[in-house]
Design a protein around this ligand. Structure first.
Ligand SMILES: NC(=O)c1ccc[n+]([C@@H]2O[C@H](COP(=O)([O-])OP(=O)(O)OC[C@H]3O[C@@H](n4cnc5c(N)ncnc54)[C@H](OP(=O)(O)O)[C@@H]3O)[C@@H](O)[C@H]2O)c1
Length: 299
């Protein structure tokens, strides 16, 4: 019997010969046959080695002449056209996911999607206009991993407060992130999960970070309420410290956080991507804030 934990997944064999993909069977506990269904439910599926898949502890192999199977995971990264979101998208594309990245413009989304490669495709989504988000995402068919990293960069201090910019920044991070989850919720696969990007500025403000500190604090609230609202799907937040090799910081030498960070350096994009992957994959972690800061918070 299918429990709530079971997921709908697709097992695809690609023919060794050029031609259309073939969708072949795997009734759990039986060997693969030549003709069966496209979709089956299973509680556990992962690649053991190329050309095999393990379901319920049983290792399956494709019929002769076919290679695969692949368990296709769909990952959407809202804000995947740059920086940390783009690096997450690259990691997922490299491992064979179907990846969707977004930018505010179709042209930039498409350009970056091509650069990332694989089956990555781009979409235009503007989180500063939350009423347009649902329509912008209407072509997304299913979601296993949802990562939202979009941000309007900039400083906005009280001394020189730009109200329009403040409203835009907060709208993107809080209303836009929430509406994105709501809009895609009906296409979540059974074990889909969500990662929202916050940042260490929520705990360590700097001059001009008033809005950043406030909205990243709001991300902590969002994961708590969304974990209840979208249960049993999981939602977690990642809060990077200053990411030394990200586009925002890579040309800024001698960041003052370096001598204050116990690991003796700034964290890297690869470390943030790895932590994001962990939050999406680990089925027990939910409603958490994960700091990836090299230990800065304890100093
Ligand atoms: N970099 C760091 O050191 C660091 C540290 C702590 C936390 N973070 C967090 O990590 C996340 C990513 O930061 P990043 O530095 O990698 O950012 P980034 O390189 O500036 O990329 C920002 C992304 O947001 C998108 N975006 C901008 N305005 C948008 C809007 N109105 N609607 C939808 N998307 C929009 C951009 O797309 P287009 O420009 O193509 O439209 C781009 O894909 C952010 O949430 C940030 O708070 C970063």
């Amino acid at each position: 019997m299918a429990s709530a934990r079971l997921r709908l997944a697709r097992v695809i064999f690609r023919s060794a010969e050029p031609g259309p993909e073939q969708f072949l069977p795997y009734p759990v506990g039986k060997a693969f046959g030549a003709r069966d269904v496209l979709y089956r439910r299973f509680s556990e599926g992962r690649r053991k080695r190329p050309g095999t898949v393990c379901l319920h502890g049983v290792l399956y192999q494709p019929p002769a002449g076919l290679r695969g199977p692949l368990i296709v995971t769909t990952s959407i990264i809202v804000g995947g056209s740059s920086g940390l979101g783009r690096a997450v998208a690259q990691r997922f594309a490299d491992r064979g996911d179907t990846v969707i990245i977004t930018s505010r413009t179709t042209a930039h989304a498409d350009t970056v999607a091509t650069e990332i490669g694989g089956t990555t495709r781009g979409m235009a989504v503007d989180l500063s206009r939350p009423e347009t988000i649902a329509a912008a995402l209407v072509d997304v068919r299913e979601v296993d991993n949802l990562v939202i990293s979009a941000i309007a960069q900039g400083v906005n201090s009280l001394a020189d407060f730009d109200i329009a910019e403040a409203i835009r920044a907060v709208t993107i991070k809080l209303v836009g992130y929430t509406e994105t989850v709501r809009a895609l919720r009906d296409r979540f696969t059974l074990d889909a999960s969500v990662v929202l990007f916050g940042g260490l500025a929520k705990e360590r403000p700097y001059p001009g970070s008033t809005m950043v500190t406030a909205f990243n604090g709001g991300i902590t609230g969002l994961v708590k309420t969304l974990a209840v609202e979208i249960a049993p799907h999981r939602v977690n937040a990642i809060h990077p410290g200053v990411v030394g090799d990200s586009p925002k910081w890579r040309d800024v030498p001698d960041h003052p956080h370096v001598p204050r960070t116990p690991i003796g350096r700034l964290v890297t994009t690869a470390e943030v991507v790895d932590a994001t992957e962990f939050l999406l994959r680990n089925t027990g972690v939910n409603a958490q804030d994960l700091f990836v800061d090299g230990g800065l918070l304890v100093t």
